[in-house]
Design a protein around this ligand. Structure first.
Ligand SMILES: [Zn+2]
Length: 119
């Protein structure tokens, strides 16, 4: 099930560190992490195509910088330029982060051609 929201769930620590993974302990200090959330819009820092994997189907994997310095490893879909500045929206599906390129959302509909006599 794909969950679309203005926010995405992350984990935060009393030491100030924030993470987009599900571990219970902070990798920096070892304390227990607490649930938190950040806006689901981020910037795609980089991406690569994973061609050899157990599914047999290539997929795109990328790092997305979210608010509060959180970086999330995501499966990437939609149109992206790969310039390091693509704006993406994060959704979760079966506990996995998915980054959807903004270009895919913008170009999802058809652009209305100008009517005759209109210019
Ligand atoms: Zn910590």
């Amino acid at each position: 099930m794909m969950l679309t929201s203005r926010f995405v769930s992350i984990r935060s620590c009393a030491c100030g560190a924030r993470f987009a993974h599900r571990d219970d302990a902070c990798p920096q200090c070892g304390r227990q992490l607490c649930p938190a959330r950040v806006r689901s819009v981020g910037r795609l820092l980089c991406e690569t195509t994973v061609r050899v994997n157990p599914t047999g189907h290539p997929f795109r994997l990328g790092l997305v910088r979210l608010a509060k310095g959180v970086t999330a490893l995501c499966i990437v879909s939609g149109l992206t330029r790969g310039s390091g500045y693509d704006r993406v929206r994060i959704v979760t599906k079966d506990g996995v982060f998915h980054a959807i390129g903004a270009a895919a959302r913008v170009n999802g509909g058809s652009r209305r051609p100008p009517a005759s006599g209109e210019d």
